[in-house]
Design a protein around this ligand. Sequence first.
Ligand code: GLA
Length: 427
Amino acid sequence: MVTPQSAFPLDPLGLGAGFAQYFSGRPLVFRAPGRINLIGEHTDYCDGFVLPAAINRHCLVAVAGNDQAVLRVRALNLETQAEISCTQFVRSGDWRDYVAGVFFALQGAGFPVVGCDLLIASDVPMGAGVSSSAALEVALVQAFLAAAGAATSQSAIASLAREAERAFVGVPCGPMDQFISVHGQAGHALLLDCRNMEARAAAIPAEAAFLVVDSGVKHKLTDGGYAQRRADCEEAARRLGLAALRDADEAMLARAQLPPPLDKRARHVVRENARCLAGVAALEAGDLAGFGALMRQSHESLAHDFAVTCAETDSLAQICAQTPGVFGARQMGGGFGGAVLALVDALAAEAALAQICARYQPPGARTRKALSAPSPMARGRFCHEQRRTAPPPQPVDRGMDAGLAASLAKTLAGGRGGARARKFADP
Ligand code: GLA
C-alpha cells in the first residue's frame, strides 16, 4: 500500500511542535499503529483465534487540556476541525464519533476526563482494512488519560478503545484491532486466543514479506454487513447450544444441519479457526508455501461461506496469487472491500508489487494514483516497531509534572510478551 507523501508531521516531535500553530498550551504526543491480520478473519467475536501484526503506519495525537468543557480538534489528514461537547455525546456519523466516543467511554468507565485541544495526524489508510480507527482510538485513550493526569494498564487501554468503537461508533467489533495496536511487537505476529486473551508471539521469517494492496473499494463497518455477520454467528452458536462458534466442530455442523446462511457462516468460522492454528505452525516452521495455501483457502471461505468479499477484492486476490514470488493472498479485515494481504518472498516483493499494480484495474482514479508507485512492505520496514526500539510517545512538554511523567513513562513502557503465551486480561 502506498501512501502519498504527507504534508504534515508524522513524528511525535514534529506534531508536538506543530500544535502551536493551532492551539496554545504544551502538548503531550501519543501514537498507535494500524495492523495487518495474517489469518483468522471474523473469528475474534466468536471467541476464536487471530494472528495480527502491528504495522509501521501510525496515528498520532497531540493533546493539551484547555480548561473548558469542549474538545477542540484539528484532524490534519482530513484537513478539518471540530468542536465537540464534553457534556453530552451527540452522534455525528463521522470521524468525530471516535473522538467523542473515546472521551465518553473513559468517562463511563470512571476515569477522570477534561476538556482538551487535540491535533491528530495519521498515515494509516482509512477504509482499507488496516484498522485506522483502532489506531485513532488507542492514541486517543492515551491522550485523554494523560490530559487528565490519569494512567492505566495496556490491556485496559485496548479494552477502553474497543468500548468506544462498540458503544459510541456503533460497530460491534471483536477485540483484535485494539489489542494489536497496543501490544504489537516488532517482527512478530501475535497468536491471540480471543476467549481468554492469551497471546503468543510468532516470529515472521526473515524471507517473508507482506504486501498490503488497497482494492480502492472503501469498506465501512458501520454499514450493517459486519453487524449482520456477527449476529449470524451468534444465532448459529445459539442453535448449536454453544457459548460461541469457537466451540463448534465440523461433526457438530454436519449433525445440526443449520439453515442457510447460518450453515455457511458457521463453517467459515470453524475452518478459519483451524486455518489460524495451522497457519501459526506453518509460520513458525518457515513453511511459507503452506501458509500461502491457507491464505488462499481463507479468501475462498470469506468469498463463498462468509460472503464478505467483493468483485474487486476477489480479482485482486487472484492477481496477487498468480504473481511470481507470491505464496498466497486474501482479503483482510472486516471486508466488503478494503485491502488484500499477500505473502511474498521478501526478495521478490518489489517486483511482485509492481506486477500486481500493473495488472489490477482499481475502480477509482484516487486508488490508481495510490497504487502507482511500488512499495515493498518488506519485513523490518513493514513489521512495526512500536515501543521497544522506537521512542515511546513522548511528552513534548518540558515542564510536565515529574510524577505524571513518571507514571506516564511506566504506562507507556508497559510489559511486552515474550515467546511464551501471556495473559492480557481485561480491566
Ligand atoms: C474488523 C473488526 C475486528 C475483526 C475483523 C474481522 O477489523 O474490528 O474485530 O472482527 O473486522 O476479522
